[in-house]
Ligand binder design. Structure first.
Ligand code: FES
Length: 195
């Protein structure tokens, strides 16, 4: 019996050096790696494209849902003249940005906006004046400016009595006194109600 020598596959060369028999397998591996990288890149590009389109689509939808500012109604009732004592009433300052002022014989509504740059002054009961916290303008109890940079009195809102005798205020209609422009509407009908 002749001695048969078993052909064993040669071990891989140290350091990964390819032998003649392994060359095709390595090339195939490289091709697969390249294909994987290309696939990843393609996925990344498509993800970016879809992301970009998605954001734009959301922005487009956003136009149909405008950001609403819930401002108080411009026209509203504040009750009856008998609900107000003489002097300045601040109960509607927070809700409607007005003060109600009752004098002997008339009632009017001051729109609570400083005529300098538009801040909301505070009513200082102890000093009987409105004081603007922004730049220090002062207004007397009728809203007439007497100190600081405010150039004119605060405006007054339209008031009228409805059929039931309640006072209806309309802050979209303002009466202005502006000495520089020679304008004085404080005694106009609608600038006050007789009480
Ligand atoms: S905004 Fe009132 S003093 Fe300037």
């Amino acid at each position: 019996m002749s001695e048969q020598t078993e052909q064993k596959p040669a071990p891989p060369a140290p350091g990964g050096a390819a032998t003649a028999g392994q060359k095709p397998a390595t090339k195939q591996g490289e091709a697969e790696d390249t294909a994987q990288v290309l696939l990843m890149r393609r996925r990344l590009v498509w993800a970016s494209v879809w992301g970009y389109l998605g954001v734009n689509f959301l922005m487009f939808l956003r136009f149909f849902f405008p950001r609403a500012l819930f401002e108080p109604k411009a026209v509203f009732s504040i009750g009856y003249p008998s609900d107000f004592n003489l002097g300045v009433d601040t109960r509607y300052q927070q809700s409607h940005r007005i003060w109600v002022v009752r004098d002997p014989g008339r009632l009017f509504v001051i729109f609570a906006k400083c005529t300098h740059l538009g801040c909301t002054p505070d009513w200082k009961e102890s000093e009987r004046k409105f004081k603007c916290p922004c730049h220090g303008s002062g207004f007397d109890s009728e809203g007439i400016n007497f100190e600081g940079p405010a150039p004119r009195p605060m405006d007054r809102a339209h008031v009228e009595l409805d059929a039931t005798g309640q006072i209806i205020v309309d802050t979209s209609r303002l009466y202005i006194r502006d000495p520089i422009m020679g304008r004085d509407e404080f005694d106009n009908p609608g600038a006050y109600v007789v009480v």
